[in-house]
Design a protein around this ligand. Structure first.
Ligand SMILES: Nc1ncnc2c1ncn2[C@@H]1O[C@H](COP(=O)(O)OP(=O)(O)OP(=O)(O)O)[C@@H](O)[C@H]1O
Ligand SMILES: [Mg+2]
Length: 465
């Protein structure tokens, strides 16, 4: 569970997202509250329900970006679902409860990975032991010689027994030597024969279960895979591969899936976060949606019990949703928050508006994030041996153009930067493979020059940028 303080969370988000302080603070508090609740006594814990959040802001201002970054920070089961997908007819039978099943799947993976990390050293040791056995098959005891047993007149004299001990010693020494070499990777290229599990590629069951069978809350492949004997195949592999294969096998052996399931259920129920993106697409009452779409109000009514707290059946057992945190986001251009059914509105007590982005923000978005667009383009061109130098004045000019185009046409926020940068660098990008070793310096005038054609023609600029 995340033990980051709200300040630390905001600081971490600041590294990638410019501005939107209000939204960052709200999600940071919500995340920290999960940890606080965990410190309470059981009775009070039961009472404290999460304060769900709606992020409201026009397109391209960082709503989804906040969710993505938050997912990495929150050491908790986290999924992002597009609310709109529940209205699409293509997803027949994909009921709203499937989001909780997916969340549980994430929880299982999270806990399993943690356990694997803990058990890895032991699995590695076990695997190495098995590889050693393959390299130096244990000698069958006594080659017809009798073992000396003191006090047993029928056993041989001391001679062979000493030999045997010598043999044992020699064996132990060789084994130790091999073990050392194995650990140092000196035996990696040798080949050994190994029984490996045969998973048989894509089976019929896989084809089946991809077609929405997860709704049944079970995995047919697993079910059928468990029936009948496990198939194995004898294969020659290098020692390096054998170590990896056997480590995985040992790991699977060591992990107690019941414990994983129990832990995961607990984590999902208490720390789980569902990010409901595009929630405005299901706002609206009574409407039938468009054409064959499922009615939006219907979807809201389906989501309501999940947000409100109910029990969802998953293939890992029932999951209670009472304490799962929901963060919703939407542009709310057409529909308003008040267009959602009142019950659902009530379940999202915290509302935050994200600011529209302007010139200064665009400039910061280009300059500040660790992997900003500029950094990305520079790195991409570097692979061709081309150096790109974009001056400060050029960045300001790009930001200015970005704001201008957003004002003139549709405001698509920071996404506009993508189209502008692509347009700006198109020629360089196209020729880069022939320009090894060259440096392109771009200043403000150069930006204007390169974008002039498109900027001049208002229609064209709306079309291209
Ligand atoms: N405040 C910001 N700081 C840094 N980058 C941003 C910011 N806002 C948006 N971006 C960038 O713009 C792009 C689109 O942002 P994002 O996906 O978060 O939009 P959104 O708010 O979810 O929009 P939509 O309503 O269309 O889903 C992303 O590549 C993101 O990196
Ligand atoms: Mg989005």
């Amino acid at each position: 569970m995340s033990v980051l303080t709200p300040q630390e969370i905001v600081a971490a988000l600041d590294r990638n997202i410019v501005g939107q302080t209000e939204a960052k603070r709200k999600v940071a508090i919500a995340l920290r509250n999960r940890w606080r609740r965990r410190q309470l006594d059981a009775a009070l814990q039961e009472e404290v329900t999460p304060k769900n959040i709606i992020l409201i802001g026009s397109t391209g201002v960082g709503k989804t970006e906040i969710a993505r970054r938050l997912a990495k920070l929150a050491d908790a089961p986290f999924i992002k679902v597009e609310a709109s997908k529940f209205t699409e007819v293509g997803y027949v039978g994909r009921d709203c409860e499937s989001m909780i099943r997916e969340l549980m799947e994430v929880g299982i993976n999270l806990v399993r990975e943690e356990m694997q990390r803990d058990l890895a050293p032991q699995a590695k040791a076990n695997a190495d032991k098995r590889v050693l056995d393959l390299l130096l098959p244990p000698q069958p005891q006594t080659g017809g010689q009798k073992i000396f047993k003191p006090g047993d007149p029928s056993s041989g004299d001391e001679g062979p027994a000493r030999n045997l001990r010598d043999v044992d010693d020699a064996e132990t020494r060789t084994r130790e030597l091999f073990e050392r070499k194995l650990k140092a990777g000196e035996l990696d290229d040798r080949e050994v024969e190994l029984n490996v599990r045969d998973n048989g590629g894509t089976s019929m069951m896989q084809v089946f279960s991809n077609s929405g069978m997860e709704e049944m809350g079970m995995n047919l492949q697993e079910l059928f895979g468990k029936m009948g004997p496990q198939r194995t195949k004898r294969r020659k592999v290098t020692v390096a591969d054998a170590r990896k294969i056997l480590e995985q096998e040992e790991l699977d052996e060591l992990i107690d899936m019941d414990a994983v399931t129990k832990h995961a259920a607990n984590r999902v129920e208490n720390d789980g976060i569902v990010f409901l993106d595009e929630i405005d697409k299901i706002a609206g009452r009574g409407g039938q949606g468009h054409g064959p779409d499922v009615s939006r109000e219907g979807v809201q009514r389906d989501i309501l019990p999940i947000v409100e707290g109910s029990t969802v059946t998953t293939k890992y057992g029932p999951i209670k949703t009472d304490h799962i945190l929901f963060i919703a986001a939407g542009a709310f251009h057409v529909a308003k928050v008040s267009d959602m059914i009142p019950e659902l509105q009530g379940r999202f007590p915290i509302r935050v508006e994200l600011n529209s982005l302007e010139k200064a923000d665009f400039a910061r978005i280009l300059r500040e994030p660790k992997s900003s667009l500029l950094v990305q383009y520079r790195a991409l061109l570097e692979t061709e041996g081309v150096t790109l130098e974009i001056g400060d004045d050029a960045i300001d000019r790009i930001a200015e153009i970005c704001e201008h185009v957003n004002n003139e046409g549709e405001d698509i926020g920071a996404r506009r930067l993508h189209t502008i940068m692509e347009c700006l660098l198109e020629d360089i990008s196209f020729d880069a493979a022939q320009k090894f070793g060259e440096t392109f310096v771009i200043d403000a005038d150069e930006v204007t020059r390169r974008l002039a054609n498109v900027m001049e023609d208002r229609d064209l600029s709306q079309y291209i940028l």
